[in-house]
Design a protein around this ligand. Structure first.
Ligand code: 5AD
Ligand code: SF4
Ligand code: FES
Length: 363
């Protein structure tokens, strides 16, 4: 174990061994990843205020509670004013960055609306707020338009790098293609975004080998930011049918912690988010993730009345709270972990900055 934890570069078998660690070895793994976090990114956590601005989605992913086919969801779309007010809240509370997330649409109205919102958020914040988008697969042209309008980070999870698993958890049509997802990730990178990707952990039919491949992909893609969390069943989705195949939630959570720890060891200077889904299983899930390697948290700043309708999975936390509640709550929680909050700092991935500087030097 000790050798593995100090090995220069982890290979697939090493990763599988680490992901299979028993309780005692897991403790050693978490100690090592915490040590690396402290050394390379410091004990500082950055906020990204999350605005879930609409749950209207054109897609039908089998795992997701807001899929188009779920008729039990009350659909909403925040007004421009509500979105801008949420961004102003983030700015005034020194968050430094916001994330605009919604279901996936790709029509011109949607595209130009986002373009408009990006420029308005830049204006209301003196050009200071950093803006991340998380609105799915789009054409390279669209990614470019949004980049020009002020977005500089983009989150798009690959969900699973095992093509057949990916195909198993999505409908078989061109709207849900593994190749398009992969291509979108490369377009984002080419456009100049800091790109975030990630996977769901503990999906039915997923093996440790799959998860090891996921981590290897994240390294090979030279990812700047990662968000990954446990898969959590939702009763109104087709994947619920395979519930009996799932690991118990506690074990899925442990596996998610191991994934975060191994990734921190593999990629020492990237940004890793403590995903909200961790908290759906354990009230202290995100704090535990921060202790062992994560350094980003996404406080929900969606206006309270809409939160209940953005349920991607069961037990999603903070659905009865308001933005102020989450801010106060998180301050207390983060100080408990021995970390500080990087108020008013973008907290870009060090990995991305080093890469950019290197590109300049090479020119
Ligand atoms: N459990 C956990 N994560 C989920 N997501 C969607 N549905 C679920 C679920 N049931 C994640 C996906 C998506 C992100 C926005 O939310 O990984 O990329
Ligand atoms: Fe839509 Fe995203 Fe849910 Fe898929 S995961 S159904 S694209 S919101
Ligand atoms: Fe939302 Fe604690 S983070 S209430």
């Amino acid at each position: 174990m000790k050798d593995l934890l100090h090995k220069k570069s982890l290979e697939k078998d090493d990763i599988i061994a680490l992901l299979s660690a028993n309780e005692e070895d897991s403790r050693k793994l978490f100690e090592r990843s915490a040590e690396i976090k402290e050394k390379y990114v410091g004990n500082k956590v950055y906020f990204r205020g999350l605005i879930e601005f609409s749950n209207i989605c054109g897609k039908n992913c089998y795992y997701c509670g807001i899929r188009a086919g779920n008729a039990n969801v009350e659909r909403y779309n925040l007004t421009d004013q509500e979105i801008l007010d949420a961004a102003r809240f983030a700015y005034e509370n020194r968050y430094a960055s916001v994330v605009l997330q919604s279901g996936e649409l790709a029509n011109e109205t949607f595209i130009s609306r986002i373009e408009y919102l990006l420029s308005e958020i830049k204006k209301l914040s003196n050009n200071e707020l950093g803006i991340t988008l998380s609105v799915g697969e789009q054409t390279e042209e669209t990614y470019r338009r949004w980049f020009s309008a002020g977005a500089h980070r983009y989150l798009l999870r690959i969900e699973s790098t095992n093509r057949s698993l990916f195909e198993g958890i999505h409908p078989q049509n061109e709207n849900h293609s593994f190749d398009t997802r992969m291509k979108s990730l490369y377009s984002l990178k080419k456009t100049g975004y800091q790109v975030g990707t990630g996977v769901m952990i503990g999906l039915p039919f997923q093996t440790l080998e799959d998860l090891a491949d996921d981590l290897l992909f994240i390294r090979e893609f030279d990812t700047d930011m990662v968000g990954m969390g446990p898969y959590i069943e939702h009763p109104d989705t087709p994947l619920f049918e395979y519930n009996h195949l799932l690991l118990p939630q506690r074990e899925r959570l442990q596996l998610a912690f191991k994934m975060i720890a191994v990734l921190r060891i593999m990629m020492k200077d990237i940004n890793i988010a403590a995903a909200t889904a961790l908290q759906a299983i354990d009230p202290m899930g995100r704090e535990k993730a921060i202790k062992l390697g994560a350094n980003i948290i996404m406080p929900n700043i969606t206006p309270g009345k809409y939160r209940n309708s953005y349920k991607l999975y069961e037990n999603k936390p903070c659905t009865d709270e308001n933005p102020d509640d989450c801010t106060n709550c998180l301050e207390a929680r983060i100080s408990m972990t021995g970390n500080t909050i990087g108020y008013n700092e973008w907290g870009d991935s060090k990995h991305f900055k080093l890469k950019k500087n290197k590109q300049k030097d090479d020119r």
